[in-house]
Design a protein around this ligand. Structure first.
Ligand code: NAP
Length: 308
């Protein structure tokens, strides 16, 4: 197998926590360089920007963009122009429409554009999808609440326009929802709580449905201290299915039926290697469209300022 030589661009929390280890663990993937304004790794070529990487760097086949969504489109364009495959961290863009020209560009260049949804690769997500496919679903509730100070310390971009605020984790829940439900859902109303000093919501409540009238509710909150919640509860004609810990554990009526170690990022890189072998793309915008619609439909309230 030819190695896919990958450069990581943007070396923050997720690059360190997940990408470096996953690339090292996946056959066919090699970390070849880093582009970061602030960080480097011993024995690895380092460049301050993606432009410098593409101009002066060692031979690479692909870039993995681990930067915030607001700056990724320009980086993806530069990489595709240089003939590289591109992996995008989630969310795939700061807006929805900016993805169309990227998809077209990748198609014309016969290069892979891979918009990742890491939570879809949590171990209990596929078992949940298969179980639900054979049942009648009567309601869904998402409870996705985490402490922003623990999980996003000092990440100023998350509070800026395009940073998504609480939808940065919330979109992970929506990526699972849009995978496990048999029919497409859409947003019917939203309540968004904006801190007085920030441009993005700290909490959100959504109602969604499908053409059959399925009631779906979601609560996202960045102010959760103590136990954290990343749960999806699905009522069916054959009992309640719970996906907890971000899709790692599946239970039916409280009894665990699927649980496995987290391999989300290894799965992403296995898929990237496979896609890049033929230059195929994988871009599903359904979760991002739901978030965009929540902003379009959202009733806004101003809440107390958030100080990091
Ligand atoms: P982060 O810790 O803030 O890291 C982002 C990195 O991007 C920064 O360290 C910086 O790297 C670079 N960067 C920041 N602003 C930039 C700018 N204006 N221009 C160019 N580069 C810039 O954020 P993160 O948590 O790693 O998140 C990055 C992406 O991964 C987000 O889209 C997030 O949703 C996604 N993600 C995060 C997590 C998580 O648990 N944190 C989980 C899954 C996905 P340099 O200083 O190296 O240039």
């Amino acid at each position: 197998m030819t190695e896919l030589r990958i450069a990581i661009v943007g070396f923050g929390k997720i690059a360190r926590d997940q990408h470096v280890g996953a690339i090292a663990a996946v056959p066919g993937a090699t970390l070849a360089a880093i582009a970061s304004r602030n960080a480097s790794l011993p024995d690895l070529p380092h460049f301050a920007t993606i432009e410098e990487l593409l101009e002066k760097g060692p031979p690479i086949d692909a870039v993995s963009l681990c930067t915030p969504p607001q700056v990724r489109r320009a980086q993806a364009v530069a990489a595709l122009r240089a003939g590289k495959h591109v992996m995008l961290e989630k969310p795939p863009g700061a807006g929805v429409a900016e993805l169309d020209p990227l998809i077209a560009m990748a198609g014309e260049a016969k290069r892979t554009l891979f918009a990742t949804w890491h939570s879809r690769h949590a171990p209990a997500v596929e078992p949940a999808r298969e179980w639900l496919a054979a049942r009648r679903i009567t309601s869904v509730h998402i409870n996705w609440k985490e402490d922003v100070r623990v999980w996003h310390p000092g990440q100023a971009w998350i509070w800026e326009p395009g940073g998504l605020g609480v939808f940065d984790p919330g979109i992970n829940a929506l990526s699972i929802l849009t995978r496990i439900l048999p029919k497409p859902v859409f947003v019917t109303s939203a309540e968004l709580a904006f801190p007085a000093n920030r441009q993005a919501p700290i909490a959100a409540k959504l109602t969604l449905t499908d053409l059959g009238g399925l009631p779906v509710t979601a609560e996202f909150d960045f102010r959760q201290t103590g136990p954290q919640s990343w749960d999806i509860l699905v009522e069916t004609d054959e009992g309640r299915m719970t996906l907890s810990r971000g899709g790692r554990i599946m239970a039916i009526d409280g009894r665990t039926v699927a649980e496995a170690p987290d391999e989300e990022y290894r799965e992403l890189y296995r898929r990237f290697v496979t896609l890049a072998a033929t230059g195929a793309s994988d871009v599903d915008l359904a979760p991002l469209r739901l978030v965009a619609d929540a902003f379009l439909l959202g009733r806004r309230t101003i809440v107390e300022p958030f100080v990091d």
